[in-house]
Structures are given as C-alpha cells and as structure tokens.
Write a protein that binds this ligand. Structure first.
Ligand code: AMP
Ligand code: MG
Length: 356
C-alpha cells in the first residue's frame, strides 16, 4: 500500500442522490429522493423512474417497510417482540413472528462464522457502555467482566414446535440488532421497492447502503473515497451498482473517557469496546450480510478480519487502522496515479476485481 493512502479515510458519498439532473425531454428517468430519520439514523431513499407517482409511492412503501421492521426488532420499544424476549431472559421461551426467528437464526450463523465476534447477545454489555455522550468514567472492570458472562450466542435458543420460539437461557441476557438491523431493513426496503417496479434505486440506511440498476444519467452508482483532511474532496470512485456498501466505525458513536476514544462496538470476548481499527467497509450483494460482517471484522481486527473476508466469495472489504492506513481485501484495488490529473480529477481509482 502506498504511503499517501495513509492519509485517506473512507467516506461514503452517494453520487446520484445528490445530483439532481436537469430534465431535457420527458418522460425520462429522474431521481426522486427522500431523507428522514428512521431507526434513530438518517435514512435516504432514491428512486430513478420516469413516473413521479410510482416513484413516490415506492419510496413511501420502502419507508413503511423500515417502520414495520423497527417495531419488531427495536430493543428500545417495550412493546416489540425483541423486548419481550429480553424480559423473559432466564424465564421462558417467547413466541415470535417467523421473520424475527429467521433474523436471529441468520445472526447466529454469522456468530458461528466469525467465532463469536458478531454476537447479538453483546447487548448485556450495553447496560454498562453508553455511547451517547453520557458516560464520564471508565467502567469498573469487575462489572465489565460480569457482563461478559451474559454474552453467548449459543445461549440464544431457537425452538420450532407449534410456532417460532426464542429463549435467552440466562437471566440478565439481552439481545440487540444494532449491528444487523439497518442492513436487514435496507434489503427489505429494496425488495419492496423493486416489487413495485423500481429497477434503479438506492436505500441509504444510516450510511449502510444498497443500490441497484443505475443513476438517472445511466451511469453506475458509485461511492467516493475521501480525504480526511478535506472530506468534500473525493480521492477515488468505486462502482457499486447491484451491491451493498456498509461501514462500521468509531466515528459516529463513541465515548471519550480519559482522553481515549471508545468505539460503540463491543468485543464479546472481553466486554470492552473493540480497538485497532477506525473503520471497516464491507461490500457484497446483501446489505444484512455486509452489516453483520462489517461489525464482526471491526471486532476481529485487521489480520483475522481480512483473512475471513478473503475466504468469502463475493465479499470485499476496505479497512482503515488507527493510524489512518488503508488495507483492502484481495480483490479491491486502489490504483494510484502518480500525477494529479488536470481539472482536479482524482489521483486514485478504485476497482473491484473479478473472482477467478
Ligand atoms: P454497526 O454500526 O453495524 O457496526 O453496529 C454497531 C452496533 O451494533 C452497536 O451500536 C451495538 O448496538 C451493536 N453491537 C456492538 N457490538 C456488537 C457485537 N460484537 N456484535 C453484534 N452487535 C454489536
Ligand atoms: Mg454492522
């Protein structure tokens, strides 16, 4: 990796959502975009379509789908099925919708794949760690150690008899979908919008995105890789049509304690926030998988995380370590052009290779 890369940090920039294009003749496809807060994060929906009313109907259907999912998976909403599972920890099985059961089933698969780095039962530790700025002291290590004993995805038990049941085996256990819910929601919103005839669109679920088809000008969807010193300056573009791009990082939610930055991603083995990386971006076809893997790789760290990604077909990643140095999985190439091109064109170009 070239030295200059050290000073570049990843930023997800969506081209088309922001590039309202002048309309020449109609009907020609145009971008319709709506941004709003869902799941506590900034979401954006973009539909490229010549029919305005269809585009807005699809966007509203996508929003409704995310709202529906939030009601099922939120651990803040006391009326959600997830909250009921948490209340019944150590007490009894809770009957849930198949949708939630299946999501937990898939989450456990990711735990297995990542050796427990991804674990929805991390949430036992969220009673200690607050990443909303309210924490002022480093928590007591005995309390942290006690919370770890309540984290174990093997003890999230699924049973299918007359219905779909979930049981957290120990009192004090808790599950949360913070690391996978937005990806799942993005996938679902896309499905709903596609079913309505949207062939070109993008869902940005709080920085976790999935896009399909193309932009209004016929170009592929792209993400930008930006210079941290000037985040408006894009260093390299990457075509990501048909793909999900999800970033886990320590920049959005964190706690500053004794001058140190603690990321909101917990290492389930220790109960302490994971350290070593600034951000992990995972690119693959499925936003839920990308979401879960980005969090897992953040916990696993550079070498183990990259080794895992390199084993997975169709999954690529870009990692930025604490020093700001870039590392990519085998098939992502960030090409450096030694000359700055005229007209302020990027010096960098990124591309995803093709698996042999
Ligand atoms: P993400 O931004 O997708 O990496 O998700 C981070 C969020 O996932 C945190 O705010 C927590 O809600 C949750 N989380 C933290 N650590 C873990 C972990 N090891 N496994 C699963 N979820 C986690
Ligand atoms: Mg995630």
């Amino acid at each position: 990796m070239k030295g200059n890369l050290r000073h570049i940090i990843l930023l997800l920039l969506i081209l088309a959502g922001h590039s309202a294009r002048p309309q020449m003749e109609s009907p020609s496809p145009k971008a319709h975009t709506k941004s709003l807060i869902l799941m506590g994060s900034a979401f954006g929906f973009t539909v490229v379509h010549e029919d305005d009313s269809l585009a807005w109907a699809a966007i509203n259907a996508g929003i409704a789908e995310v709202e529906r999912i939030t009601k099922v998976i939120s651990s803040w909403d006391p009326t959600s099925q997830t909250s009921e599972i948490n209340r019944q920890a150590g007490i009894s099985f809770v009957q849930v919708d198949q949708e939630l059961y299946d999501l937990i089933f898939r989450a456990k698969k990711v735990s297995e794949l990542t050796d427990g780095a991804f674990d929805i039962s991390f949430a036992a530790a969220d009673r200690i760690w607050k990443f909303d700025g309210s924490m002022t002291e480093i928590p007591d290590s005995a309390r942290v150690a006690a919370s770890v004993r309540k984290i174990d995805w093997h003890k999230v038990v699924l049973r299918q008899e007359n219905g779909f049941d979930v049981f957290l085996q120990e009192e004090g256990m808790k599950i949360g979908f913070g690391a996978i819910g937005k990806g799942y929601a993005a996938n679902r919103a896309r499905k709903v919008m596609e079913a309505m005839g949207v062939k070109n669109g993008l869902v940005n679920a709080g920085g976790d995105l999935i896009c399909w088809g193309q932009q209004a000008d016929g170009k592929p969807w792209q993400i930008g890789i930006a210079d941290p010193k000037d985040r408006s300056r894009v260093e390299a573009w990457l075509d990501v049509s048909g793909l999900a791009v999800v970033t886990s990082g320590d920049y959005e939610r964190f706690a500053m304690l004794n001058g140190r930055r603690y990321a909101h991603i917990i290492d389930p083995r220790t109960g302490w926030p994971a350290s070593g990386l600034q951000s992990v971006t995972v690119i693959c076809k499925d936003a839920e998988v990308a979401d879960a893997l980005a969090t897992a790789v953040f916990v696993m760290g550079k070498s183990k995380g990259l080794a895992l990604v390199n084993q997975l077909m169709g999954v690529e990643a870009i990692l930025v370590d604490e020093k700001g140095e870039f590392f990519t999985s085998e098939l992502i190439k960030l090409n450096y052009y030694s000359q700055t091109q005229p007209g302020g064109k990027p010096e960098w170009q990124a591309e995803i290779g093709v698996k042999k």
